[in-house]
Write a protein that binds this ligand. Structure first.
Ligand code: NI
Length: 156
Protein backbone atom coordinates (compact mmCIF):
# COMPACT_ATOMS: atom_id res chain seq x y z
CA UNK A 1 0.00 0.00 0.00
CA UNK A 2 1.54 3.31 -0.95
CA UNK A 3 2.09 6.08 1.53
CA UNK A 4 0.70 9.25 -0.01
CA UNK A 5 2.04 12.75 0.13
CA UNK A 6 -0.04 14.83 2.54
CA UNK A 7 -1.19 18.12 1.02
CA UNK A 8 -0.08 21.19 2.90
CA UNK A 9 -1.93 24.40 3.75
CA UNK A 10 -1.82 26.68 0.72
CA UNK A 11 -2.84 23.84 -1.62
CA UNK A 12 -6.27 24.77 -3.01
CA UNK A 13 -7.37 21.11 -3.00
CA UNK A 14 -7.60 21.33 0.81
CA UNK A 15 -10.32 23.98 0.45
CA UNK A 16 -12.73 21.87 -1.61
CA UNK A 17 -15.91 20.39 -0.16
CA UNK A 18 -15.82 16.57 -0.26
CA UNK A 19 -18.52 14.45 -1.91
CA UNK A 20 -20.48 11.79 -0.03
CA UNK A 21 -19.62 8.15 -0.63
CA UNK A 22 -22.53 6.46 -2.42
CA UNK A 23 -21.31 2.85 -2.72
CA UNK A 24 -19.70 0.98 0.18
CA UNK A 25 -17.50 -2.09 0.49
CA UNK A 26 -15.84 -1.62 -2.91
CA UNK A 27 -12.21 -2.48 -3.69
CA UNK A 28 -11.58 1.21 -4.40
CA UNK A 29 -12.90 2.27 -1.00
CA UNK A 30 -10.88 -0.42 0.81
CA UNK A 31 -7.74 0.64 -1.07
CA UNK A 32 -8.34 4.28 -0.17
CA UNK A 33 -8.71 3.42 3.52
CA UNK A 34 -5.65 1.15 3.53
CA UNK A 35 -3.62 3.95 1.93
CA UNK A 36 -4.96 6.48 4.43
CA UNK A 37 -4.06 4.18 7.36
CA UNK A 38 -0.55 3.71 6.06
CA UNK A 39 -0.12 7.43 5.42
CA UNK A 40 -1.47 8.39 8.86
CA UNK A 41 0.67 5.79 10.65
CA UNK A 42 3.84 6.92 8.86
CA UNK A 43 3.15 10.52 9.93
CA UNK A 44 2.10 9.53 13.50
CA UNK A 45 -1.19 11.32 12.89
CA UNK A 46 -4.14 11.21 15.27
CA UNK A 47 -6.41 11.31 12.23
CA UNK A 48 -6.51 11.84 8.48
CA UNK A 49 -9.17 12.98 6.05
CA UNK A 50 -9.28 11.82 2.43
CA UNK A 51 -8.93 15.37 1.04
CA UNK A 52 -5.51 15.56 2.72
CA UNK A 53 -4.29 13.05 0.13
CA UNK A 54 -6.23 14.72 -2.67
CA UNK A 55 -9.32 12.48 -2.62
CA UNK A 56 -12.52 14.53 -2.37
CA UNK A 57 -14.70 12.00 -0.59
CA UNK A 58 -16.28 12.22 2.86
CA UNK A 59 -13.94 9.69 4.45
CA UNK A 60 -11.96 10.24 7.64
CA UNK A 61 -9.96 7.89 9.81
CA UNK A 62 -8.76 8.52 13.35
CA UNK A 63 -7.68 6.78 16.51
CA UNK A 64 -5.06 4.20 17.19
CA UNK A 65 -4.59 0.94 19.08
CA UNK A 66 -1.56 2.54 20.79
CA UNK A 67 -0.94 5.87 22.51
CA UNK A 68 -0.09 8.49 19.88
CA UNK A 69 3.47 9.87 20.06
CA UNK A 70 2.24 13.26 18.75
CA UNK A 71 -0.32 13.39 21.61
CA UNK A 72 1.26 11.22 24.33
CA UNK A 73 -0.73 12.72 27.21
CA UNK A 74 -4.14 12.38 25.55
CA UNK A 75 -6.62 9.55 26.04
CA UNK A 76 -6.59 6.83 23.41
CA UNK A 77 -9.27 7.11 20.73
CA UNK A 78 -10.57 3.87 19.17
CA UNK A 79 -9.45 3.15 15.61
CA UNK A 80 -12.32 4.32 13.44
CA UNK A 81 -13.23 4.70 9.78
CA UNK A 82 -16.00 7.30 9.50
CA UNK A 83 -17.75 7.96 6.19
CA UNK A 84 -20.38 10.61 5.40
CA UNK A 85 -20.21 11.92 8.97
CA UNK A 86 -22.76 14.12 10.66
CA UNK A 87 -21.81 15.84 13.92
CA UNK A 88 -24.40 17.16 16.35
CA UNK A 89 -23.23 19.15 19.36
CA UNK A 90 -24.77 18.12 22.68
CA UNK A 91 -25.29 21.19 24.81
CA UNK A 92 -23.41 24.41 24.18
CA UNK A 93 -20.20 23.87 26.11
CA UNK A 94 -17.02 24.65 24.17
CA UNK A 95 -13.41 24.40 25.22
CA UNK A 96 -10.11 25.63 23.84
CA UNK A 97 -7.22 23.25 23.46
CA UNK A 98 -4.09 22.76 21.39
CA UNK A 99 -4.35 21.09 17.99
CA UNK A 100 -1.95 20.19 15.26
CA UNK A 101 -2.59 19.03 11.71
CA UNK A 102 -0.49 17.01 9.30
CA UNK A 103 -1.39 19.60 6.64
CA UNK A 104 -0.03 22.42 8.83
CA UNK A 105 3.39 21.05 9.75
CA UNK A 106 5.38 22.34 12.69
CA UNK A 107 2.56 24.35 14.25
CA UNK A 108 0.06 23.99 17.07
CA UNK A 109 -2.85 26.29 17.70
CA UNK A 110 -5.58 26.81 20.27
CA UNK A 111 -8.92 25.86 18.75
CA UNK A 112 -12.41 26.06 20.27
CA UNK A 113 -14.48 22.86 19.91
CA UNK A 114 -17.72 21.46 21.25
CA UNK A 115 -16.98 19.39 24.37
CA UNK A 116 -19.84 16.91 23.90
CA UNK A 117 -20.99 15.65 20.51
CA UNK A 118 -22.92 12.87 18.87
CA UNK A 119 -21.57 11.69 15.55
CA UNK A 120 -23.11 9.40 13.02
CA UNK A 121 -21.95 7.97 9.71
CA UNK A 122 -20.89 4.66 8.24
CA UNK A 123 -17.89 2.39 8.24
CA UNK A 124 -16.30 1.12 5.01
CA UNK A 125 -18.80 -1.75 4.77
CA UNK A 126 -21.75 0.60 5.10
CA UNK A 127 -22.55 -0.33 8.69
CA UNK A 128 -23.93 2.61 10.65
CA UNK A 129 -21.87 4.30 13.35
CA UNK A 130 -23.58 6.28 16.11
CA UNK A 131 -21.48 7.48 19.04
CA UNK A 132 -21.76 10.04 21.79
CA UNK A 133 -18.33 11.20 22.91
CA UNK A 134 -16.56 14.05 24.63
CA UNK A 135 -13.20 15.68 25.20
CA UNK A 136 -10.25 14.67 23.02
CA UNK A 137 -12.23 12.08 21.04
CA UNK A 138 -14.84 14.75 20.20
CA UNK A 139 -12.07 17.20 19.28
CA UNK A 140 -10.40 14.77 16.88
CA UNK A 141 -13.69 14.03 15.12
CA UNK A 142 -14.50 17.73 14.73
CA UNK A 143 -11.00 18.44 13.40
CA UNK A 144 -11.11 15.65 10.81
CA UNK A 145 -14.65 16.44 9.67
CA UNK A 146 -13.67 20.08 9.12
CA UNK A 147 -11.32 18.83 6.40
CA UNK A 148 -14.40 17.56 4.53
CA UNK A 149 -15.77 21.09 4.27
CA UNK A 150 -12.45 22.58 3.25
CA UNK A 151 -11.59 23.97 6.65
CA UNK A 152 -8.21 23.87 8.38
CA UNK A 153 -7.89 24.60 12.10
CA UNK A 154 -6.21 28.03 11.65
CA UNK A 155 -9.45 29.07 9.90
CA UNK A 156 -11.53 28.46 13.06
NI1 NI B 1 -5.90 18.02 10.09
Amino acid sequence: MPVHQILKMGDARLLRVAEPVTVFDTPELHTLIADMRETMATANGAGLAAPQIGVHLQVVIFGSPHPNPRYPDRPRVPETVLINPVITPIGTEEEQDWEGCLSVPGLRGMVPRWVHIRYTGFDEKGHPIDRTVNGFHARVVQHECDHLIGKLYPMN
